[in-house]
Design a protein around this ligand. Structure first.
Ligand code: NAD
Length: 353
């Protein structure tokens, strides 16, 4: 396939780019390289003849239209977004601009391109709109998991901007016949995640001897999926997803935040024991809860299993072991500051897989 990936320098987008290129597909990575984008994550494929990078803004209609027309994609995977919930509370404007307006621009460009493909008699096109389970809101501890039919009830500005984008994507299918597929996935984890996110933060703070911040009492529950399994789901959505279809992805691995942090500390205790013999768990520090913090997310992915034949290949234990190992052997992903690297006890390492 000829796949245009927006946000391909980010955490999930780069994993998708690496997989698509490795599988022999032709890829255009379209990314603005905001603070969250880092081309080191696509270094393993950047020399490939079937890979190209275009720096651009999904909210810039001229730039998007020019790239789509020049590249002529069979599939657009739309992942570019502002993705950090805490930042959306401090400054929602960028979330409205990129996630909502940017998705509108992408859909319009895809629609124009799809109409041209139709006129040329060319075959199938798909627009894969990559979204989150956070659009469904918050569950109580005993509530059933989110299905694709769960009503939307986003609570954070991030979730609301993604929910709005999902509605736009749905409408472009209903009104204009654009072959859109919407996917909603739970929390991803794995290599190349931005250091501000929970798992890299825990590792960095632990090794640095600093307090490990946990919101509230750490009782909020999240479902976790290894990033490569999400990538498999996105490719399945592009190849077998039904136009107008909607698919949830989840790891069937619900964990309380405090339990996740304890399990990370235990892995670090084994891999890099503290000099004083104490557990890193002694550094856990509870901090004031995030406003509007959703209590629990849980995902029912049975539609993706039955309709797409998708199933996560990586158990939570295996995925976490691989993830911790990766960060410990790629200290320069956690910090580029040589003195902080030394303080973490991590050497300068070449990034790559
Ligand atoms: P990320 O923050 O790691 O990466 C986002 C990428 O988008 C970066 O490379 C950034 O430079 C780029 N970008 C931001 N604004 C842009 C713009 N205006 N134009 C072009 N590029 C821009 O995010 P991620 O965690 O990889 O998430 C990717 C997508 O998956 C997002 O749409 C997110 O909502 C969704 N998602 C993420 C998770 C998760 O757990 N991380 C779970 C479900 C869904």
């Amino acid at each position: 396939m000829r796949a245009m990936v927006t946000g391909g320098a980010g955490f999930i987008g780069s994993a998708l780019v690496r997989r698509l290129v490795a599988e022999g597909h032709t890829v255009l990575n379209f990314d603005l390289l905001t603070y969250a984008g880092d081309l080191r994550a696509v270094e393993p494929v950047s020399g490939s003849d079937t890979y190209q990078f275009q720096r651009g803004d999904v909210a810039d209609a001229d730039a998007v239209t020019a790239s789509v027309s020049a590249f002529r994609p069979d599939v657009i995977f739309h992942l570019a977004a502002e993705s950090h919930v805490d930042r959306s509370i401090d400054g929602p404007d960028a979330f409205i601009r990129t996630n909502l307006n940017g998705t509108g621009v992408m859909l319009q460009a895809a629609r124009a391109w799809h109409d041209r493909m139709d006129a040329d008699g060319r075959a199938a096109f798909r627009f894969i709109h990559v979204s989150t389970d956070e659009v469904y809101g918050s569950l109580g501890f005993d509530d059933p998991a989110f299905t694709e039919d769960t009503p939307y009830a986003p609570n954070s500005p991030y979730a609301a901007s993604k929910a709005g984008a999902d509605h736009l994507a749905r409408a472009w299918h209903e009104t204009f016949g654009l072959p859109v597929v919407i996917t909603n996935c739970s929390n991803n984890y794995g290599p190349f995640q931005h250091p501000e996110k929970l798992i890299p933060t825990v590792i960095r703070k632990a090794l640095g001897g600093e307090p490990i911040p946990v919101y509230g009492k750490g009782e909020n529950v999240r479902d976790w999926l290894f990033v490569d399994d999400h990538v498999s789901g996105l490719i399945a959505a592009a190849t077998t997803g039904k136009p107008g279809g909607k698919y949830n992805f989840g790891g069937n691995a619900e964990r309380r935040n405090i339990d996740l942090v304890h399990s990370l500390c235990a892995r670090l205790d084994e891999a890099r024991p503290r000099a004083d013999g104490q557990s890193y768990a002694s550094q856990i520090s509870f901090v004031t809860d995030r406003p509007g913090h959703d209590l629990r997310y849980a995902v029912d992915a049975s539609r993706a299993r039955s309709a797409l034949g998708w199933t996560p290949a990586t158990s939570f234990e295996e995925g976490m072991a691989r993830t911790v190992h990766w960060y410990l052997s790629h200290g320069d992903w956690l910090t580029r500051n040589p003195s902080e690297l030394a303080r973490l006890g991590l050497g300068q390492t070449a990034t790559g897989e």
